[in-house]
Structure formats: C-alpha cells, structure tokens
Design a protein around this ligand. Structure first.
Ligand SMILES: [Mn+2]
Length: 439
C-alpha cells in the first residue's frame, strides 16, 4: 500500500499494492521535445514520415509505461518537454494524457521549463492532472514527496522565463540540506557544453552544493555524467531526431536506498538513428562494395532490434575504387538500390543517405613530407583538420576581403564550421586528384 503526496496531504490519496522496499525510486528524463518536426529528415515515404512525426509521443508513452512497470515513486522532467515555446495543441493534450496515466498509480510528475518551452510561452487551456507540478521561474521552490505518510524526498526546481535564460540558475538553489534526499531539477548548460546554446550557464564546480544529493539536469541531448558527488546527470533526449542524436535515447531510472544511489539508463526511443562508415580500403569491385553496404545496413537493422531504423552509411578512406566512385550519381544509385533491398521490412529500415567521402589510394603521410605545393597544401589541411578553431580563424582571415565588404555582408551568410571543414576536405581531395593524375 502506498500514499504518494506532494506538500498537500489530501492531494494524492491513491492506494495500490507495491513490493516491499525500504528505499524509493524515480525517473529522470529531459528534452522530450514533443511534436518535434524532424527537420532535415526527408522521408519520401508517407508511412515513414508519419512514424517519425509520432516518435516523440511514443517515447513519452514508453516513459509512462516504464514508470508504471517499475512502480517509480515520482518522475522529474528537466525542461524542453515541448518542442515549441507556443506549445502545440497535440503536444499539450498528449502530455496531459501521459500525466493522467501516472495519476492513478499515484506517481507525481515534477517539471521545469527549458529554452524550448519557457514559462512565458503560449499555452492552451488544457487542464493538467493534479499530480503535475511545474516549477515557477521567479525563484527556486521546493516540494516534498511523501509515501505512506513518510517524507521520502525533496525536489527543488526553477523554470526558464524566456528562451535565452542568462541567469546562473544552479547558483540559486538553497545550500542548506532539507534532511531528505534532495534533488535539484534544472535545465542548464553546465561546464560550457558545446553544441548547445549557453543558456543558464554555470561551472561544474557550481554543482558542489551541500543542499543537493542529485542534480537532475536537462539541455544536453546526449546522456552524460557531469559529476559523481553530488551525482549530476544529463539523461539526454528521449528520442533522437537526427544523426547528431544517433544511438539509444532514453531516461534514468534512479533507485535510492539509504546513502546508495543507483542510476540505470533505460531506452525509450521509438525510432533509432544509426550511422556507420565503410572503409573502402581493400574493396576491389563495385559489386563487393554494394554487398558491403547491404551487410552494413543489415547489421545496423539488427542493432536497432525491434525499432524502426533510419540509417546513414559513409564510404570513407582510401582505396582502389576511388576513381569509379567519383561520378555525380554514385551516391544516389547506391542509395536507391539499398532502399529497394530493405523495402517492406517490418519494423522499417530507411536508408537516409549513402555519403561518399572516399579519397584516392595515395600514401598521404609520405606525400605530405615533400616540399612542393601539393605537399604543403596537404600538410596544412591535415594540420587544420586537427585544430578546427585555428582553421576557422585562418579561413576567416583569408576570406576577410570578401566577407568584410558591406554589400557582400548583406548578401552572404558567414561560413559555418561545417562549411569551412568541407572546403578543407575538398582542397585536400583536389590535391590528391592532382597527385593521381600526375602519377
Ligand atoms: Mn533540448
């Protein structure tokens, strides 16, 4: 028998059977991005596009199933539950449904708003069940969770008011310990994580707060242990939405027994993104390469198990087939044939792209040691690849006469890091082709 209470004793009078245990457990998830549009994934087949569109919702359902199956005492959601500040109607209704499925077994849900769904964003007049508590943005608040009349944990949290949150929210948490297992729930960029906006920035050392036993973080989309004491985790997002978010996605199931905290990662995603390279070295014929592509897609499908798969294969490295692969339609021909080979699979296997990044069969390292122009460019490109920041500075310097022109500035966007890296790769390849022709 269990009673799960927030700070109001008559709020959750739900009673049900649970296994005997002295500790308690909760689920920590973040960045659900409900109703994410999967920008950049151009699924031509409507049934696949539909599955992608539903994937963030399915991950939410999986989270609810997990919380119920494991009989978690409560759930904490560390921001970006919704994709859009003007939360979509479908996302809000689906979220209300999910929370109400947790209401019957008495599982409370605590949530903070992140940069995608700040408190100031528009909301529809959806009635959320009473087991949901959304932390305010003005200051850190604390809620006590109880079971069977006994207080088991304190959850403190604070929301974003607007997207570009510049406050150090972590620093606002109380430093006195509440005498119960204490969770700090916050959406923040801890330690200047790259690849994510630097919102609610703080240093890792800011987490060193005697009032907090577990930091339930959100914002960084790939799971990460930020600190061991106190334990601070990013669970990553619940559903990958691009190849930048490849691999398993899910949440942490956290068990607390006395001083012992055990965190177990549990996948929730409904569609798996996987990307892999095929080194062309040693592959002698186009037919052998095609077999290698089919084998690799088959291996990724096995890895995705019972989940639908969106995959990308990159042909990489140096090898004798380089010349034959140079044609403009090579990628498309392989792609079309791979899609056909895996058509009709259930769950589906969708090959998103076959990317050709091969280089000719030349001894690059030896060639870089020469003193001619080609060797110098190869050496420089190699050096720049190892130091992208320096490469960016040099490229910007070289291009400044062009990009500093006021008319050009209006017409052309500055180069992105990815574009600069591609220019370098192409320069390298052009040099290698010159080598090939002259040999
Ligand atoms: Mn996010």
């Amino acid at each position: 028998m269990r009673l799960c209470l927030l700070n109001c004793p008559n709020l959750f009078p739900f009673i049900f059977q649970r296994r005997a245990m002295s500790g308690f457990s909760f689920i920590h998830a973040a960045d659900l991005h409900l109703d994410s549009p999967f920008a950049g994934i151009t699924a031509r087949v409507p049934s696949i596009a539909g599955v992608l569109q539903q994937a963030t919702f399915k991950a939410l359902d999986a989270l609810v199933d997990l919380a119920r199956a494991r009989q978690a005492d409560f759930v904490v959601l560390a921001g970006d539950v919704f994709e859009l500040a003007d939360k979509s109607l479908g996302a809000q209704l689906a979220f209300a449904d999910a929370v109400s499925r947790l209401e019957a077994p008495g599982i409370a849900v605590f949530m903070v708003c992140g940069n995608h769904d700040p408190a100031s964003g528009r909301s529809f007049s959806v009635d959320f069940p009473k087991n949901l508590f959304i932390f305010p943005h003005e200051k850190v608040e604390t809620r006590i969770v109880s079971r069977q009349g006994t207080n088991i944990a304190a959850v403190s949290g604070i929301s974003y008011e607007k997207s570009a949150e510049s406050r150090n929210l972590v620093a606002l948490f109380p430093r006195e310990h509440p005498g119960l297992f204490s969770i700090g729930l916050v959406h923040a960029n801890v330690g200047g994580a790259t690849g994510h906006e630097n919102y609610a920035p703080c240093k890792i050392s800011d987490l060193d707060n005697p009032g907090i036993d577990y930091w339930a973080l959100g914002h960084v989309h790939t799971k990460r242990i930020v600190s061991q004491k106190p334990l601070a985790l990013y669970p990553g997002n619940t559903q990958g939405r691009s190849f930048a978010e490849a691999g398993q996605r899910g949440c942490y199931f956290v068990q607390v027994e006395g001083n012992k905290i055990t965190s177990e990662f549990c996948p929730l995603d409904a569609v798996r993104f996987l990307e892999e390279e095929i080194p062309i070295a040693g592959i002698e014929t186009i037919s052998a390469l095609e077999n290698a592509i089919f084998d690799k897609v088959g291996k990724l499908a096995a890895e995705a198990g019972n989940l639908p798969l969106v995959c990308r294969i990159t042909l990489a490295g140096r090898g004798p087939l380089y010349g034959e692969l140079k044609g403009p339609d090579t990628e498309d021909v392989f792609l079309e044939r791979a899609r056909q080979a895996f058509e009709g699979r259930n769950p589906f296997v969708w090959v998103e792209r076959i990317k050709n990044c091969c280089a000719p069969e030349a001894d690059l390292a030896a060639r870089e040691k020469g003193d001619d122009f080609v060797a110098q460019v190869l050496a420089l490109a190699g050096k720049m690849q190892k130091d992208p920041a320096a490469a960016k500075r040099m490229a910007e310097q070289a291009l400044s006469p062009l990009f500093d022109d006021s008319r050009m500035k209006r017409a052309v966007n500055p180069l992105t890091d990815e574009e600069i890296s591609e220019i370098l790769d192409n320069a390298r390849l052009a040099c290698l082709e010159l080598l090939e022709e002259s040999s």
